[in-house]
Design a protein around this ligand. Structure first.
Ligand code: GAL
Length: 748
């Protein structure tokens, strides 16, 4: 039987790799995984600091349970080029930082201590994708995902692929295609059994058959009473596969769901129903610790995309991301477009061969996720490359006949080898361009891009981003324009039935190379900042949800007489899904304003734009006159349902300290975010407050990054991480102007 244990604790980290480490244990820093080789500053750092070789060592003492077993180490992800030795002998070499790999130890373990040494080369080796050119993101070195010790019998299950058919009928089919691992090439006979279970573990259907070799296939047909995987109700099922052979037993399981997903010339369809895709691109990086964030933080990003930003799809730009993120997308009903590592540059033959392998590794790792609806099989924004992309497409189709391929380009008239023309359209903000006599912005016409005389499945995979970088601390007028650009593109995507949907660039700000960003090593392209705190543009997305899910009322304003030009607070964009809003200024009569259907005819929920059509500017006073409180009320069906108060006299009143989670897992390297907000008497952020925030942790956690923070745009935040021990965690937050607060968490 299989036994899998996490091997994350008790590694020794060596900041410099030397060949002596291959055969000899050497003292160093004790670390737990996931681990980031070099923690960076929040900004203004030198990204070359991690582009070198590091060493990790671990002693694996002999255990009687190793006898006669197949034994391997499974690395979920290590950046970027990894070599593994056991007692001085090379057991694995993996040239990709994003996909898992195994190091087979069978027959090499001795009684007593065994030395595992891992060399992680974090350099940007031009022989390995994505390297060779400039890249607008960082590839933080380290063993940044989990490592597992896997014991099996001599013959075990290598992987299973679960494919469904007739999903929309009440006679659904499931086929389980499996491959056995039999590295010793032993003669073997036996049986395989598959159980189809609900998530409570109850067996709904079961089938057994003889094994006829190392490949098997089990079909279930005419399954009735099973639910679809849908965005609002993402029903999952589990397949458990067992083998009993003359060479031992094994069991593995995988979740899956019943759904259809089709990009067509008339838009995207999920389970046969039209769905306009509204989403964002996501990088898997975090401040200070780069990629080395565990399960909880990965899941939280999926939750933010689904529940805070109301997206229905996330693109894992530009590489396969954490399995925890994808698992969570399955659980909550968030679609995913996953792609191979790369950024604009295509290398030579060996590089391309490795990239084709990346297609295989990505698909074989992730084919059972119902959330994934599209494979990205081009290097993001690369030039056309007929032979290379013919290979990547053919392999994707051979491995998975149920999903379409896309390949993200920025090119017009690009050769369409994929099923979907996936395009980064940065027309918005570009110099005016015309197609068939019409200006192209905010989105180009699909045929203008494809150069084809017919409609093809078409999906806008990036927009905005570097065309209008905006910091969360930027002036109100810039934030308004940022909001407007996202709204305009969303509206244009909703307008055109040929466009399957649009993904904004991007979910949150991210650290990057010196060649990009604001010089501070950050691309301020997010609708959230690097701490996942929303900019106003976030609400351009949030406000598109239906009010029965959440009532949204977010005025894009700092509400001050003198923040905007000419000291006017108008025009004032209110991002809302209410029927209309009213603005009250001091004691003046409330003024009513409706969603702006002229500017945004197609959005599910157009914003309200309060301007001189609704309010006489003199009613709000001018420079030199009294500035007063504002009250914005949202109405649905004639009833007030939401209200935002805006203080005309904001002063620091409240220190708000919140944690994403109050209970952490001691055993894991488990991290949660602490968010500290400086609020005025109306509960709004004080965007320009300068103050220092001191964090003091007592108990079983430590701060990731510095423990002295600054309010930026009214917010300070950090992640804290468990130490490995159980016990209480006290978070003490001290500020100069807003006093002190404690938050109690626990590591269990
Ligand atoms: C795109 C690229 C992204 C990011 C974005 C910024 O060209 O695919 O990775 O750099 O620009 O807007």
């Amino acid at each position: 039987m299989r036994k899998i244990t996490k091997l994350n604790a008790g590694w020794t980290f060596h900041n410099n790799f030397s060949s002596e480490l291959v055969a000899q244990a050497s003292p160093g820093e004790t670390v737990r995984l996931p681990h980031n080789a070099v923690d960076l500053e929040m900004n203004y750092f030198d990204e070359r600091c991690y582009q070198k070789e590091f060493g990790y060592q671990k002693i694996l003492p002999w255990s009687e349970e190793f006898a006669d077993r197949e034994i391997s180490l499974v690395f979920d992800g290590a950046m970027a080029n990894s070599m593994v030795w056991l007692n001085g002998q090379e057991v694995a070499h993996h040239k990709d930082g994003y996909t898992p790999f195994e190091a087979r130890l069978t027959g090499l373990l001795k009684h007593g201590d065994n030395l595992i040494t891992v060399k992680i080369d974090g350099s940007e080796n031009p022989e390995i994708p994505p390297f060779g050119g400039q890249i607008d993101y960082l590839t933080y070195a380290g063993i940044y995902r989990d490592v597992w010790l896997k014991l099996t019998d001599a013959v075990a299950i290598r992987h299973i692929k679960i494919e469904t058919a007739h999903e929309l009928s009440d006679a659904k089919s499931v086929s389980i295609v499996g491959v056995l691992g039999n590295p010793q090439g032993l003669l073997m006979a036996g049986q395989v059994q598959a159980d189809l279970c609900d998530m409570g573990g109850a067996v709904l259907h079961s089938k057994a058959q003889e094994l006829t070799g190392e490949h098997f296939r089990i079909d279930f047909d005419a399954l009735s009473g099973l639910a679809l995987w849908e965005l609002e109700h993402p029903q999952l099922y589990r397949v458990v596969v067992r083998i009993q052979t003359t060479q031992g037993r094994d069991e593995i399981s995988s979740r899956f769901g019943f759904r259809t997903a089709q990009f067509t010339p008339d838009g995207f369809r999920l389970n046969g129903k039209a769905l306009k895709i509204r989403g964002l691109n996501r990088h898997q990086s975090y401040p200070y610790v780069g990629y080395a964030m565990g399960k909880r933080a990965q899941e939280k990003d999926a939750d933010i995309l689904k529940y805070e930003l109301k997206c229905n799809l996330a693109r894992t730009s530009h590489y396969p991301q954490s399995p925890y993120f994808l698992d969570r997308c399955d659980e909550i009903g968030l679609l995913v477009f996953e792609e191979i590592p790369g950024w604009q540059h295509i290398g030579g033959q060996a590089w391309q061969d490795e990239s084709v392998e990346n297609v295989r590794r990505m698909i074989e790792r992730d084919w059972n996720h119902p959330s994934i609806v599209l494979w990205g099989v081009r290097i993001n924004e690369s030039q056309d490359s007929h032979d290379f992309y013919t290979r990547t497409n053919a392999l994707a189709h051979a491995l998975d006949s149920t999903r379409q391929t896309g390949g993200v380009r920025f090119l017009q008239n690009s050769e369409l080898l994929e099923d979907v023309y996936t395009i980064n359209d940065f027309a918005n903000g570009a110099p005016t361009e015309f197609f068939e006599g019409q200006p192209v912005a905010p989105l180009r016409a699909p045929r203008h891009i494809t150069g084809l005389d017919r409609d093809v499945p078409y999906f806008v995979t990036e927009c905005n981003g570097h065309m209008y970088p905006t910091k969360r601390i930027d002036a109100e007028h810039r934030q308004s324009e940022h909001v407007t650009r996202h709204l305009q593109i969303l509206d244009a995507a909703y307008a055109n039935p040929n466009i399957s949907g649009v993904l904004g660039w991007c979910m949150n700000d991210y650290n990057t190379h010196k060649d990009f960003g604001a010089g501070d090593r950050i691309c301020h392209h997010g609708v959230m900042d690097i701490l996942r705190e929303p900019k106003f543009a976030a609400y351009a997305y949030t406000s598109q949800c239906e009010p029965d899910e959440q009532i949204v009322l977010e005025p894009v304003t700092y509400w001050a007489r003198g923040e905007k030009d000419r000291c006017e607070v108008l025009p004032l964009i209110v991002l809302t899904n209410c029927d209309y809003v009213e603005l009250k200024f001091g004691d003046f009569m409330a003024k009513r304003a409706e969603p702006d259907r002229t500017a945004y005819p197609h959005l599910p929920h157009a914003p309200v734009i309060i301007d001189s059509r609704h309010v006489n500017i003199n009613d709000l006073g001018a420079w030199g006159m009294l500035w007063q409180d504002g009250v914005i009320t949202g109405f649905i069906d004639g009833k007030p349902v939401a209200q935002v108060r805006l203080s005309g006299n904001p002063v620091p009143t409240t220190l708000e300290v919140k944690a994403d989670d109050l209970e952490l897992i001691a055993n894991d390297k488990d991290a949660t975010r602490i968010i500290i907000r400086a609020l005025d008497q109306a509960g709004r952020l004080l965007p320009f407050l300068d103050d220092v925030v001191n964090i003091k942790l007592t108990g079983q956690a430590r701060v990731l990054g510095p423990d002295v923070l600054l309010f930026r745009g009214g917010i300070a935040a950090c992640w804290i991480e468990t130490t490995g021990e159980t016990g209480p965690i006290d978070v003490q937050v001290t500020t100069r102007r807003l006093g002190e607060k404690h938050l109690k968490l626990a590591a269990r």
